[in-house]
Design a protein. Structure first.
Ligand code: IMP
Length: 423
């Protein structure tokens, strides 16, 4: 069977956790392929809210296997907290959770390095979640990293010490004030590693190969979004992994010709946490309303998200780069009550009107060109069928489908599993 992908098409926080959870019924295996605890995937069911950071969002389904792939970076300390949280819900993660031996570990000193690097940047800071993601991927590409499989070797602590010592000298190099007590951090880290070691470590590329051959259905769960991709996002204000379709191939060991559907998920408007350009950002009452009604606060850091109109220039780019076959639109319900809605269809750039994403999208380089729509008043959150959706809402949907040349097959009208309309 081909491997399907579920990818965020904006700056993350599109609602991937909820949709993976809804889709899980159709899949035998859910596999995370990049990112780490910088992600916060929120799932709501039976009146309970669950936030996952590294563990795939299929974990609440009894018969689904969940794989943390080689492209993911794991912080054992945060992982332990996630597992303890699952204990409360009697989720049998020992049966259903697999971890790639080739996934890299986030060390306490990676987190400290992240903090030092950000502090040294001053106003130019990325707005990182400070989970140590960047420094861990730097060690991966620098060929210094420690992998999950290393934990099975006798001498892994020697390797750990050498790397942690090197990090400490790098922290000093930054010459900023980062307070820490490494002994305490290491105690917590080594305890968490013991729990991690009690889980199933596997050669995940082979596991997925065999699963495909035996007809198992697999969904690769993306983290962050296409505009945070290290190559195609708004560099340098991006994360440190490939969040796009290609990342699923390298982050799981799946061949490109084995990819099936690529589901692209987007919000009916746009949000962003952290720094970086955001052409359709709103600084007025409309933006404030989106943030308040949409409860736009980061699931990992609690930071308020910046809000703005839907940007079709950026969305079109993400659809193309990922080869999206079906779209999933989230949070249309948040736009109920707006008299007029705007969608950015082009940018004014160097005196021209363009519809592709240029190299620079800072405010001084691009001005959004908007198309306006009449809003709708109806509360969508109780609607269960596409036929109940207001005509103005459907006009908005139809316009997006035409512009993006891709069907919107799922419309989410609230955070709960049940608030999902399949078309
Ligand atoms: P890092 O990946 O923690 O280094 O953060 C780099 C940038 O990506 C920052 O602007 C973060 O706010 C953003 N970012 C990282 N992970 C997520 C996410 O899961 N959702 C939204 N933004 C994210």
């Amino acid at each position: 069977m081909a491997v399907d992908l579920l990818l965020g098409l904006q700056w993350g926080d599109e609602g991937k956790g909820k949709i993976v959870d809804v889709f899980t019924e159709k899949y035998d295996i859910i596999a995370r392929f990049q990112g780490g605890p910088n992600a916060g995937h929120t799932l709501i069911f039976d009146g309970q809210k669950h936030v996952l950071h590294t563990i795939p969002s299929g974990i609440f389904h009894e018969d689904t296997k969940n794989l943390v792939g080689n492209g993911v970076v794991i912080d054992p300390v945060i992982f332990k907290k996630e597992l303890e949280n699952l204990d409360k819900f009697k989720t049998d993660y020992r049966k259903n959770l697999y971890i790639s031996r080739k996934a890299h570990l986030i060390l306490p000193t990676h987190r400290l390095l992240d903090a030092a690097s950000e502090a040294s940047k001053g106003k130019a800071k990325i707005g990182s979640t400070l989970k140590g993601i960047g420094p861990t991927y730097m060690d991966k590409t620098g060929r210094n990293g420690i992998r999950v499989g290393d934990l099975e070797l006798e001498n892994w602590k020697e390797k750990y010490r050498l790397l942690a010592d090197k990090h400490e000298s790098m922290i000093k190099f930054y010459d900023v004030d980062v307070q820490y007590n490494l002994d305490e951090l290491e105690k917590e880290f080594f305890e968490a590693v013991e729990l991690l070691k009690s889980l199933k470590f596997i050669d995940s590329e082979q596991y997925l190969q065999l699963a495909q051959e035996s007809g198992k259905t697999i969904l690769a769960e993306g983290a962050q979004g296409s505009l945070l991709d290290i190559d195609f996002g708004t560099y340098p204000f991006v994360t440190s992994s490939n969040t796009t379709a290609a990342g699923a191939c390298t982050g799981l060991g799946v061949a490109p010709n084995k990819i099936g559907d690529a589901f692209g998920i987007f919000k009916a408007y746009t949000t962003r946490v952290g720094s970086g350009p955001f052409p359709t950002e709103l600084f007025d009452e409309d933006g404030e309303t989106m943030g308040r009604v949409g409860n736009e606060f980061g699931a990992t850091t609690g930071r308020p998200r910046r809000c703005g109109w839907l940007d079709l220039v950026a969305l079109r780019y993400a659809v193309q780069i990922n080869g999206i076959t079906q779209l999933i639109m989230m949070k249309g319900d948040v736009l109920s009550g707006f008299k007029t809605l705007k969608v950015c269809t082009a940018y004014k750039y160097k005196g021209e009107e363009i519809t592709h994403l240029p190299f620079n999208i800072e405010p001084e380089n691009v001005t959004p060109v908007y198309t306006e729509f009449s809003g709708w008043k109806e509360d969508l959150t109780k609607m269960t069928e596409a036929s109940q959706l207001p005509s103005e809402f459907m006009e908005y949907v139809k316009f997006l489908e035409d512009e993006l040349k891709t069907p919107i097959s799922v419309i989410s009208v609230g955070p709960d599993r049940k608030q999902t309309i399949h078309r």
